[in-house]
Design a protein around this ligand. Structure first.
Ligand SMILES: [Zn+2]
Length: 290
């Protein structure tokens, strides 16, 4: 079926109390792994591409791959831009047919973040697409910051309430202690802060940097209002480790399919597990094609 919007799948998830997985793609095999997992689990799914992925694969390739995948399935599929920072890039994605975009204005002061995000919301909504904003700064696992510095980057609940009211975003990414990349220790999530944010806003909450977060912490975050969960690193690890194994087992192999096929399978199995943890497995619903 045609692509659907982020607002639609998150509204459904919010009504039933689960989270939808947002999985990053940058090539055909990963798109197929995501769709295959969604079909096997009967789960609505968000396929997202970062600006880096678009630069690598090309906007037309990403859009065509995901459209083709969506057209051949009854699973609701959203095509979402992850961490859009450039206004022009956001517009290019909307024109290409993305049904959702993230505008990440988290590096700007609150007023500027609100102004930029609102501008994107006006345009995206007029085009029938959804918008995710970010408040607070979600860093990388490689960032060496003290506890007090980390606290300073986290989302302030009262600011979140103002941000969603003034921007009209369809989803809000919050900083509550997760980070992008591969964690060295166990990530420490600030559940109290998450509960406070959820108590002040009705907008679905997004958790970035969710790869490597223990399943029980993910379940707790979903119980506290998280409705979109971003996974990139865990897919990369599964994909590349499977490629390494295939090459190590068959050093003379020259058929890319014998290396990429197992990688695709490994990625799909990680994604299926995530869907069960997020609660999105077995949640197909009657979608309204956008
Ligand atoms: Zn992110």
């Amino acid at each position: 079926m045609p692509l659907v919007t982020l607002a639609e799948v998150l509204q459904e998830a919010d009504a039933k109390g689960y989270a939808v997985g947002a999985f990053n793609c940058n090539n055909m095999e990963i798109v197929q792994a995501i769709i295959g997992a969604a079909e096997a689990e009967g789960a609505p799914v968000i396929i997202q591409a970062s600006q880096g992925a678009i630069k690598y694969a090309g906007l037309d390739y990403i859009t065509s791959l995901v459209r083709t995948a969506a057209a051949g399935t009854r699973v609701p599929v959203v095509l979402h831009l992850d961490h859009g920072t450039d206004f022009e890039q956001v517009l290019r994605c909307l024109r290409a047919g993305f049904t959702s975009v993230m505008i990440d204005g988290s590096k700007y002061p609150l007023e500027e973040n609100i102004a930029l995000t609102r501008r994107v919301v006006e345009i995206a909504h007029a085009m029938g697409a959804s918008v995710e904003g970010e408040l607070g700064r979600i860093g990388g696992t490689e960032d060496h910051v003290s506890v007090s510095e980390r606290e300073a980057t986290m989302t302030v609940p009262e600011e979140a309430a103002r941000f969603v009211a003034e921007t009209g975003v369809d989803a809000l990414a919050v900083a509550i202690g997760t980070a992008h990349g591969r964690y060295k220790g166990k990530p420490q999530l600030d559940f109290e802060r998450l509960a406070a944010i959820d108590g002040l806003i009705n907008t679905p909450i997004v958790l970035h940097g969710s790869s490597g977060v223990p399943d029980e912490d993910i379940r707790r975050a979903v119980a506290l209002g998280v409705r979109k969960i971003n996974i990139d690193t865990d897919i990369r690890i599964a994909f590349v480790e499977a490629m390494r194994r295939a090459l190590a087992d068959n050093p003379e192999e020259i058929d890319p399919r014998k290396v990429l096929g197992p990688a695709r399978d490994a990625a799909a199995s990680v994604i299926r597990h995530k869907m069960r943890v997020f609660g999105s497995a077995g949640r197909l619903y009657n979608s309204i094609p956008g």
